[in-house]
Design a protein around this ligand. Sequence first.
Ligand code: MN
Length: 186
Amino acid sequence: MSLEEYKKKRDFGKTQEPEGRQKSTGKNIFVVQKHKATRLHYDLRLEMNGILKSWAVPKGPSLNPKDKRLAIETEDHPIEYATFEGTIPENNYGAGTVIIWDKGIYKNTNIKEEKLVSLEKSYEQGHIIIELLGDKLQGEFALIKMKGQKNKWLLIKKADEKADRSRNITNERPESVKSGKKIIDF
Ligand code: MN
């Protein structure tokens, strides 16, 4: 786990994004940041070993278990990134607006043969099962690495009591859970 790639991509004299010093929050936080860069996407980040493991989800999360949302793994981000909301200036990596679309904590619920598989092992095996306790996202989700792919995963809602086939959560709730702002308000 290293922030080398994250730091290499950014000039901290120019962007307001955090450089990263904090080691861990002491709880398993997650955040989904709606990011209007060249293309709109949602960045899902999970705290793991003092960093945020990150995936860019072009269509965003869905509460419908039938939807398999492509999630492209991106570079690890620092813990402090979970509170970042604002505008990354032009000519910088990821230039555009970032809002905190959802946040909360998660629980590792990957049980195999009656034993909990550690999050690190789940990640290594490309098979992460977690319960999200967010404002908008709740219940179990699976992150499954696609076979033969270097960084492509699928984000799928598990069919539990929090699943909802009728709602479109990204359309219904476009606002930040931190400020109430929408991307267009920046
Ligand atoms: Mn992004």
